[in-house]
Design a protein around this ligand. Structure first.
Ligand code: PBG
Length: 330
């Protein structure tokens, strides 16, 4: 009771504040997303993601070593697939010499200790920009799970440490787990995008990979029949419990800031590690406001990441991984 208890005492100096700080960040907390393109010497800035690039494999080798030197130990791979290789079933995803498969090998050669997680979903490979096979205006569930399972095995064969299904089909974790085990990859992990919401914050990412759902009257123009409704909270338990039961090693909430209540809910309900994806639109907003001088970039970046961790994230997939690590190391 005041004046015996003065809460401000513990805020008096930087040393005391550091001593009583409950949440702190380190590069160990971050997964770094990488956008990979065909070609040589390609480094293209993504217009809606200032300071973030699509890189060709030669640049990726250098990049992963730089990340490692900053203390970043995990990368999350996304590929931009040329239009001519896209179709409805995403069969290019199974090409042993495909861009993803080559990227995994390139990174493992360049930086063998780096943890390589791969995106598993059809959208970069789909002529319709959907995460699954489209038929008569519907996204087919079970046939998609079969392809995702084969895709996961293909990534494991190329050397991925973990696969990260981001598609939201029902039953895909079980399908993938069984396929990996049957192929002898029982130690390849699964990080499941388990509570992934149908969010407008994915816009810049779809620019980066040219993967927005098609503008075509026969195909849904959004992903609301598989990604979750932003209004739903209980459903996040259902989705996450199912994924854990089916064998997910790590579960994920996505996006970050608008969904921190879900992160806290899941943290209290489950004991598996929880990842949060601070998505492209969240990154873009900070960059845009900072460029106008309306927000202080580094302070806002660190405050957002701290908030995500405080809510219960064990790890954060973030486009700020490098900048935040530089900040933490400085
Ligand atoms: C698609 C996928 C998306 C993201 C990661 N994987 C977009 C989508 O669901 O349309 C978004 C990531 C971001 O916005 O940063 N499988």
């Amino acid at each position: 009771m005041y004046p015996l208890r003065r809460n401000r005492r513990l805020r008096t100096t930087p040393a005391i504040r550091a001593m009583v700080r409950e949440t702190s960040l380190s590069p160990d907390d971050f997964l770094t997303p990488l956008f990979i393109v065909e070609g040589k010497g390609v480094k293209e800035e993504i217009p809606s993601m200032q300071g973030y690039y699509r890189l060709s494999l030669d640049f990726i080798s250098k990049e992963v070593n730089q990340l490692w030197d900053l203390g970043l130990k995990a990368v999350l791979l996304f590929v931009k697939v040329p239009d001519v290789l896209k179709d409805n079933t995403g069969k290019e995803a199974l090409n042993r010499k495909g861009l993803m498969q080559r990227a995994i090998k390139t990174i493992k050669d360049a930086c063998p200790d780096m943890c390589v997680l791969t995106d598993v979903a059809l959208d970069p490979y789909s002529s319709f920009g959907h995460d699954g096979i489209v038929e008569k205006g519907q996204i087919l569930n079970d046939p998609t799970v079969e392809i995702l399972s084969a895709m996961s095995v293909s990534h494991a064969e190329a050397g991925a440490d973990m696969v990260a299904p981001s598609d939201m089909m029902d039953g895909r974790i079980l399908g993938i787990r069984n396929a990996l085990d049957a192929a002898g990859f029982e130690n390849t992990g699964i990080m499941s995008y388990s509570a992934k919401y149908a969010s407008a914050f994915y816009g810049p990412f779809r620019d980066a990979l040219d993967s927005a759902p098609a503008d075509n009257a026969d195909v849904p123009s959004d992903k609301k029949t598989y990604q979750m409704d932003p209004g739903n909270r209980r459903e996040a338990f259902l989705e996450t419990a199912a994924d854990i039961e089916e064998g997910a090693d790590i579960v994920m909430v996505k996006p970050g800031l608008c969904y921190l209540d879900i992160v806290r809910d899941l943290r209290e309900a489950f004991d598996v590690p929880i990842a949060v994806y601070q998505v492209s639109g969240e990154y873009a907003m900070v960059k845009a406001a900072a460029a106008r001088g309306w927000l202080d970039h580094d302070s806002v970046m660190m405050e957002q990441l701290t908030g995500i961790k405080r809510a219960g994230a064990d790890m954060i997939a973030t486009y700020f991984a490098k900048e935040a690590s530089l900040f933490l190391n400085s």
